[in-house]
Design a protein around this ligand. Structure first.
Ligand SMILES: Cc1cc2nc3c(=O)[nH]c(=O)nc-3n(C[C@H](O)[C@H](O)[C@H](O)COP(=O)(O)O)c2cc1C
Length: 183
């Protein structure tokens, strides 16, 4: 698939087929795409836990409250993304420049993963609504948990038109325009 077709094909799946298992080699394909993603100072400050079977069900449950994410139970695989420490260079850069590169890096790694999944015909939904303490208990870790990705096959879910802001709302082009300084 060419890149734009892949970007258009990826959408958040909220109707998974509970009967259809995900092939381990497809998960490995997505993990390899994640592994090759760029990160600030090449720190790769993340760890991906692949949860399957009963663990996946437990993690899915921890993403459900206030009526949200009920669909995640039907996804056979849940990826839990933990934040790992910076390396020394990234840590210094972050402090010096007052930036948090870790969440940026995690977002980039996650998009590599979900686009690779779309390439394999898999459905994914990135989940930011979850009970962090509960997932830490399930996995026996104390790391910050930043994102969960539900993975499986979509069931009867047509491709939706993407609702997005216009390019004008999201971008501008600056060359010689006068810019008023706030400093
Ligand atoms: C960081 C992040 C957190 C998200 N959390 C949730 C979530 O908890 N539940 C959910 O149904 N969708 C969640 N989404 C999916 C977004 O709602 C979705 O990406 C957005 O509406 C655009 O739709 P699309 O992914 O189908 O293109 C999340 C997406 C991101 C990037």
């Amino acid at each position: 698939m060419d890149f734009i077709s892949l970007v258009e094909a990826r959408q958040s799946t909220r109707k998974f087929d509970p009967e259809k298992k995900v092939k381990p080699e497809d998960i490995l394909f997505c993990l390899e795409a994640m592994r090759l993603s760029p990160s600030a100072s090449n720190a790769q400050p993340y760890f991906f836990h692949v949860c399957e079977a009963e663990k996946a069900k437990q993690v899915a449950k921890a993403t459900q409250s206030a009526g949200l994410n009920r669909f995640s139970t039907d996804a056979p695989v849940q990826i839990v993304i933990c934040e790992a420490p910076y390396n020394a260079t990234a840590s210094l850069g972050a402090r010096f420049r007052n930036q948090d590169y870790r969440s940026v890096d995690i977002g980039i790694a996650a998009i590599h993963f979900v686009l690779a999944a779309a390439e394999k015909g898999l459905g994914t939904c990135m989940l930011g609504w979850f009970d962090e303490k509960r997932i830490q208990e399930i996995l026996g870790v104390s790391d910050r948990i930043r994102l969960v990705i539900s993975v499986g096959y979509a069931k009867d879910e047509p491709l939706r038109r993407k609702k997005r802001k216009s390019l004008d709302q999201l971008t501008d082009f600056i060359a010689n325009k006068e810019v008023s300084s706030s400093q």
